[in-house]
Design a protein around this ligand. Structure first.
Ligand SMILES: [Zn+2]
Length: 348
């Protein structure tokens, strides 16, 4: 992650252009629902990365990666988390930019909707998929009881399915900090397979986030590297009970040490920690994981590249090279993840 500057800007534009065919040979693909995208992934045995974006440059970086890798992609945003003051404008622009990539198979997804209203607002802005995270109370952030989770999730499913929108729910409680969520949960409450089965039967969700050993945020596990975090047997057991439901991994960034070190070398202060390595994610995919959320890794890459560029060109005030460097850093790590998940090359 050395100074990228104008070289990065050019490389970014070149990569973004890829070997794209003229538009007339690529009839526009409408945005896909999560159910459609993950059904194809299920059939062909890979997982689709879901990348959090909080501004239009990040959305561009993710979509450029998808174009270059010919990979389906899930672009996701969290309510209340963006660079802009006007969420309605942001979501409208986000939908517009995703649609402008007419050659990319893309789903626009709301990550961690906390209320029915969050989800409906996203549907009103053209999101083709929403997550309702009713696993915890919006009042005190403590785990919700199962019946409340079922009731809230079911009401979102009823509204969403009537509008042709997919829904992801969550059982168990994934530990760590989540953007847009104030509390920090220390504990992972592992998903219970029989409860997962009942949850899907009663709510009708298309996809299910399962707490199987991952943790949210940039500081994950501080004990020694190489630890087995994912409970593969638990994934397999849930999948066995839910063969037609797409399972989702949250909090599963790998936390690349080079990005953490680059940030800290340039004045940052990120506690080094261990994430979920690629091999564990691939084992999860082999046992039924079809959507993998990767918020933190791409944000680490973005921040590392931005800090490096600003630091190494201290007299530069025109921002385009710094923004391009950040986009390039993010695009590159998203591309790596798409290859690791087996989604690269799946868009024909
Ligand atoms: Zn999450």
């Amino acid at each position: 992650m050395s100074g990228l500057g104008l070289k990065a800007a050019k490389a970014h534009m070149r990569d973004a252009a890829g070997d794209q065919k003229p538009r007339k040979e690529n009839p526009a693909m409408p945005l896909q629902t999560l159910a459609t995208t993950l059904a194809v992934a299920e059939r062909d045995g890979y997982a689709v990365g879901a990348f959090n974006v909080s501004d239009l440059n990040q959305a561009t970086a993710v979509l450029d990666a998808a174009r270059t890798e010919r990979s389906p992609v899930i672009v996701q945003a969290i309510a209340g988390t963006s660079a802009y003051g006007d969420e309605s404008w942001w979501w409208h622009m986000l939908r517009t930019i995703v649609e402008s990539y007419t050659d990319v198979t893309a789903t626009l997804h709301l990550d961690h909707g906390r209320t029915v209203e969050d989800c409906v607002r996203a549907m009103d802005h053209g999101f083709t998929s929403v997550m309702i995270d009713a696993s915890r109370s919006t009042e005190d952030d403590e785990p919700n009881d199962f019946e409340s989770n079922v009731a809230i999730t079911k009401s979102v499913v009823d509204i969403a399915h009537a509008r042709g929108v997919s829904v992801e729910g969550e059982v168990g409680t994934i530990g760590g900090a989540e953007a847009g969520i104030t509390g920090v949960l220390e504990e992972i409450v592992y998903a219970d397979p029989s409860q997962a089965e009942e949850f899907v039967a009663r709510t009708g969700v298309d996809a299910l986030a399962v707490a199987v050993g991952t943790s949210h945020g940039s500081v994950k596990f501080t004990d020694e590297s190489g630890g087995q975090r994912l409970r593969i047997n638990l994934i397999a057991e849930i999948k066995n009970r839910l063969p037609y439901t797409s399972l989702v991994l949250h909090g599963s960034s790998s936390i690349p040490i080079d990005a953490v070190e680059a940030i800290n070398k340039k004045g940052g202060s990120v506690t080094p920690s261990y994430g979920i390595d690629a091999a564990q994610k691939q084992a999860g995919i082999a046992h039924g994981i079809r959507k993998i959320n990767q918020g933190t890794d791409s944000h680490l890459a973005w921040t590392a590249a931005l800090r490096t560029e600003l630091s190494e060109r201290p007299s530069e005030v025109e921002p385009s090279s710094a923004i391009a460097a950040a986009m390039f850093g993010m695009t590159q790590i998203v591309r790596v993840r798409m290859r690791e998940f087996g989604s690269a090359g799946q868009t024909r």
